[in-house]
Design a protein around this ligand. Sequence first.
Ligand SMILES: Nc1ncnc2c1ncn2[C@@H]1O[C@H](COP(=O)(O)OP(=O)(O)OP(=O)(O)O)[C@@H](O)[C@H]1O
Length: 498
Amino acid sequence: MSVKQDISGALRKIQKEIQQLPNITDRLNFILDMTLTLFGASTGSISIMDQEEKVLTIVAAKGMDWEKKIAAKLPFNLGVTGRAASTREITYVPDVLLDRDYVKLIETVRSELAIPLLTRDSVVGVLNLESDKVNFFSPDIINQATLFASQLTIVILEERIAKEAFEKSKREEDPVEEILGYDPSILFLKHRIRQVGPSDISVMMIGEEGSGKKLVAKALHYISQRKNAPFHTVDCSGLSYELLEAELFGSFSGKIFNPGKLEQSNTGSLYIESIGDLPSNLQNKLFQTLSDKTIPNPTLKKKDEVLNIRIFTGSKRDLLEDIQKETFSMDLYYRLAEVPLRMPPLRERRGDIPLLAHHFLYQYNKQYGRNKSFSTEALKSLTGMPWSGNVRQLQSVIQYAVLVPQETVLEPYSFQQDGKREEETRTKVSGFGVGTEILTPSENLSLNLAIEKLEAIWIKEAFQRASTQEEVAKLLGISRGSLQYKLKNNQFLDGFSV
Ligand SMILES: Nc1ncnc2c1ncn2[C@@H]1O[C@H](COP(=O)(O)OP(=O)(O)OP(=O)(O)O)[C@@H](O)[C@H]1O
């Protein structure tokens, strides 16, 4: 039997069978299964277009480890799927390894076909077919698949499948899907969050500044039973002993007791940032409070004192070293890190940068009423930057580029926060405005020295633009504690007063 005959047979079967399937997820999976079998594809997906937000939501997928969670979002013009949607044209990538725009979702995929599901004046979604073989889709299969897709669009529209799938994905907004990225390290992280999220286990996130530790803590809280109870945060960096003690355990003003964050988070979760900066005495006090399960509030009656709290913590460094140096309590560590989670730095998952950049672009365009976009060069330059401040730094660079420069199509120089233009930046690297002073190696070739120098220039510049340490830290994409550390220890900031 030819594929042509199979197509009409498959479409008839789809139309008939989906009537029997009351559940939208089953209907979509049935359609996808039939389609993959028909064209011999090993994996694939169906995405539906959100006209308002200009993102594609994957509503059915086969072959991804995260296929249970299908509401992943792709920006309208990102990757092969996005290209098919934004150009309204069939996009075929015979060898994904040779395609620079390719967003890798499945390790085994070698060739991919994306067919837009079109009406006369809109894009309903995209059908993706993938194969684990290079150049799998012949011109004949592509023609047949295109014909099939046009018929499928009609079925999807008639059966209100697109609308229902879209509404379902909206209803099911999932805190874990706020964590964007398709790098295997992020997919693994999300998998772990889904595994441990619903339990009461304590989780310690270890990763550089701005790498998403707090975002993960929130996801863990919001997929747990505690989601309707409070979620609070305490940052141990840059707070004096007394303030930190009051913040965590509460304090008296006169005769009135102000509950601390531990009590405020009772029945919910508390995220403690920079836990490695917690002074020793407070480490012991925290361990005791958590072991005793007593609310630290002397004004409470005995029976009301039970502390029912889940703790998440964040640390930039691995505290096992601090335990060895005896600056961090081993008991507390094992109480807080029942599950340790490592956050990958952005530079180790560069493939995710276009996705994140588009996400922030969309967000800030909406917030500031702009309609900016990236040139190909701009995206390329973003992908190549060092990102020592990780996702937070990327976010603030895009916020600046949306808000400040005039150009609607952002170019590499648009990310320069010193207002200088392209001609002036040719001698500089990565659109980051690095002065030639740094780029020209002096006699001393120490990389650490060069980095320290660069940090000093950046910090001084940030203090020109913002007045408080908090704002400066935000501009630099680092925490306040980290800024204070650099101010104290960077030799090129000696004598620099803020
Ligand atoms: N994978 C991601 N997807 C989307 N947004 C992200 C991701 N990772 C981080 N962000 C965003 O980047 C910003 C910084 O993240 P977050 O505050 O969670 O980092 P952090 O590791 O806790 O930082 P720090 O240690 O400096 O306090 C936030 O706005 C967060 O929403």
